[in-house]
Design a protein. Sequence first.
Length: 234
Amino acid sequence: MILETHRLTGWYTKNKPVINEVHLQIEGGKVYALLGANGAGKTTLLHILTSIHGQYSGEIRYCGEKLTSGNEMRLKRYRCFIPDHPDLFDEMSPLGFIEFVHRLYGTTPDSARLAELCGTFSFDQFLHQKIGSLSLGNRQKTALINALLLRCPLLILDEPLVGLDVVAIESFYRELRTYVTQGNAVLLSTHLFPIVDRICDEAFILHGGTIQESVTVSRNHSVQETFFRVIGHE
């Protein structure tokens, strides 16, 4: 199991949990969706999983190892997180950023794979420009290409399509499916059911601070209908 949580509860004000008793199991080879209405706690949950938010109780395990304050930095190598608006270094080029992040992870970018991804995302002409000069979509591509190159067991994405055009979105779909066929897993937060239906294998529905239901995505089961039933809207 790549990621497991047990009785995970997180808060900003003590005794007022934003997420409560969350249990997750994420295994390799699958794309998982995290669904919830605005304010359901999706981003808070992702921030706890990625050690951005530290006010929580319960247990998080990456690849069988319990996350603690003592191994927090070491266990980062098991996952890569892309927020909805990634903070990048504006004075760096995308190539410089990719090389910098790989050094933090103790790896070296695969130059052949980098060239392949730049072609896939029509990014070659932007690889050496300053990130601060790039459009929102190309900044997002910088983060995505970097994450795919890292090849961490778990890729965590918060609203990953921000700024991407339709061609890049199709490329993104294909790359994620390839990513999980290599034994990795993807957890993505989204409000868009077409993403879920197109590329996800399972969907977690977060409501009232808790995972109310886990749904296997299939043509015979409407995730959208289940979602609205769970949150109490038609």
